[in-house]
Structure formats: structure tokens, C-alpha cells
Design a protein around this ligand. Structure first.
Ligand code: NCD
Length: 306
């Protein structure tokens, strides 16, 4: 059970709720290892609507639904739905709510998740609404940090290199700002650092925020979280081209550093492949937590006893 019907923003995810989701995730992980599949969602259908490119989120939600024996209905791009004909998000959601017991949607429009959740008669999960938020990714990311470091408070975290447009960074920082004594250092070119309003909101939640334009890792950094420059969201392509090669994490930045290295992936230019062999590079492991986390979310939002 969760105290909300739909997940739109990681601001909904208090430390208490995160504890519940992590416990459920551990149970799901045990279940994957022991029996592989269960019949928990035998009586349910999950709708997966992906109107922006996705591989990890789409496939791990599909895998999560199948591991719990739910049926799925699926729409992968706008061209194959009535969106192409001009149908509104509200109308689409009204229809799909009649076909499924829970809706997962990724959409290019920031704020589309809130509109969909308001309209839907069934639980709704935001799988990314444009450059706004990606709360299920933030749960995976915080689960990874907790599993490897053992806490979500008193952390020094570095975020690069497009905190302005990365919905993964938005959602993870909003989640972690709810824990005490976290410091966020945002690294990137001036044009891609978070805006004043966003930083103000994080600071109001209690996080300390620092900005920095050069790639340099502090010795006391606990977590380095990088995400590709969000190519599809640039108004000025020159800013993307100018910075994509400049902002890359390489082994020379990491000599003697203990920080855990995360990336929601896909990797484009932001991490050199030479980093992959470092013990603290956990981004592929991080991606693997997507299935048990999303199984937990589906089960909890569908009010199943675990
Ligand atoms: C992220 C996304 O879609 O925002 N990917 C993901 O879900 N793992 C990160 C990205 O696309 O850069």
C-alpha cells in the first residue's frame, strides 16, 4: 500500500515511503532469484504507453509486469495511436483506463504526467514527462546508493553534466533533498546548470547546493551521478556540440577517489568506457535494479499484500 494512487513526482517519496518501496524491492529481488515468476498480478493488466524513446524503462517495466504474471497492453510511438490524429492526453488516458488496471506513460510534454494522473480512473506511473521528472528512475538510483553506501543522508553528491534538462537529476535531487545533510555539487557549462528557482526549491527542502563549471571531483565526494547532455531538449544545438566532448568523466578524474559512479544511461559521451572496469562504477548494476523496483511499484500501487 502507498498513500497515493499515482506516482507523478519524486517529491511524493518521503523517507518512510522509500523504506517501504525498498523493502518490497528486496522481496521482489528474492523472488526473482528463487522462483523467477509469481502469480501476484494474475488478475491485472498493465498499460505501457511510450511516446518518447526508451529501452531500459520500457523493457524493465515489461519484464516487471511479466515476472508478476500481469498481462500488458502496449503503445510504443505516437504514430501508432490516435495522438497522431490530434487526440488529447485526457481522452487517450480515459480510454486506456478502461483497458488496463494501471497505466505507465512516458511522454515528451513536461506536466503530461500530472494531467494523465488527474484524468485516470486507475493508478498512473510517470515514466518520464519531457525534461521534468522521472521518479521511478530516482527510486532505482537511490536504491543503488543505499545498497552500496548504506544511507541516503549525510552524502556529498556530484551531478553532471546537464542538470538543467535531465529529468533523472531533477527527480533524484528532489528525493534526496528530503534527507538531512546532503550536499549537491552541480557540474556543467554555465548554460546547463540548474536554474535559480530549482536550486531555491532544493535548498528550501534542506539540501546544500554548489555549482561548478570544471570536471573535478572532491576527495570527500560519495556519489558521482552523470547523465548524457539531453540532445533532444536543446534549443541551441551549438551549446550541445560545444560541450558534449568537454564534459566527460575519465579515469584521470578518479585517481584515488572512492565515490560511487552512477548513470541512468544510455551512455553517450559523459563517461569514457575506460571507467567501466573501476570497482565503483555501478551503472550497469544500477540498471539491473530496474526490474525489482518496478515490480515493487506495480504491486504496491495495485494494493497487493506482499
Ligand atoms: C533516462 C531518461 O529517459 O531520462 N533514461 C532512463 O530512463 N534510464 C536518461 C536519459 O535518457 O538520458
Amino acid at each position: 500500500m502507498l498513500p497515493f494512487k499515482s506516482l507523478i513526482s519524486s517529491q511524493q517519496l518521503t523517507p518512510e515511503i522509500i523504506d517501504n518501496i525498498f523493502n518490497a524491492t528486496d522481496l521482489m529481488q528474492e523472488q526473482i532469484s528463487s522462483v523467477g515468476r509469481s502469480t501476484l498480478l494474475d488478475d491485472k493488466i498493465v498499460a505501457l504507453l511510450f511516446f518518447e524513446p526508451s529501452s531500459r524503462t520500457m523493457l524493465s517495466f515489461q519484464s516487471a509486469a511479466q515476472r508478476l504474471n500481469a498481462g500488458t497492453v502496449f503503445a510504443q510511438n505516437a504514430a501508432s495511436t490516435s495522438f497522431e490524429k490530434g487526440e488529447s492526453i485526457e481522452d487517450l488516458i480515459r480510454i486506456v483506463a478502461g483497458y488496463a488496471d494501471i497505466i505507465v506513460m512516458r511522454h515528451a510534454q513536461p506536466g503530461s504526467a500530472a494531467i494523465a494522473a488527474q484524468t485516470s480512473d486507475v493508478p498512473f506511473i510517470n515514466a518520464g514527462d519531457g525534461g521534468n521528472e522521472h521518479p521511478t528512475q530516482a527510486i532505482i538510483d537511490s536504491y543503488t546508493i543505499h545498497k552500496h553506501i548504506g544511507r541516503l543522508d549525510n552524502l556529498n553528491l556530484m551531478f553532471g553534466f546537464d542538470a538543467l534538462q535531465s529529468r533523472s537529476i531533477h527527480s533524484l535531487t528532489k528525493l534526496l533533498a528530503q534527507y538531512p545533510n546532503n550536499t549537491f555539487t552541480f557540474v556543467g557549462p554555465d548554460q546547463l546548470l540548474p536554474d535559480k528557482k530549482f536550486i531555491g526549491e532544493l535548498e528550501q527542502s534542506g539540501a546544500k547546493c554548489i555549482t561548478q563549471t570544471n570536471v573535478a571531483i572532491n576527495d570527500d565526494c560519495d556519489v558521482i551521478y552523470v547523465n548524457r547532455l539531453q540532445e533532444e531538449r536543446f534549443n541551441d544545438r551549438a551549446v550541445f556540440e560545444e560541450n558534449r566532448q568537454k564534459y566527460r568523466l575519465e579515469t584521470r578524474h578518479l585517481v584515488g577517489k572512492k565515490a560511487l559512479i552512477l548513470d541512468p544511461l544510455p551512455r553517450i559521451d559523459e563517461i569514457a568506457t575506460e571507467v567501466d572496469t573501476l570497482e565503483n562504477a555501478v551503472y550497469f548494476k544500477q540498471a539491473s535494479y530496474g526490474v525489482p523496483v518496478r515490480m515493487a511499484l506495480l504491486a504496491l500501487l495495485l494494493d497487493k499484500e506482499l
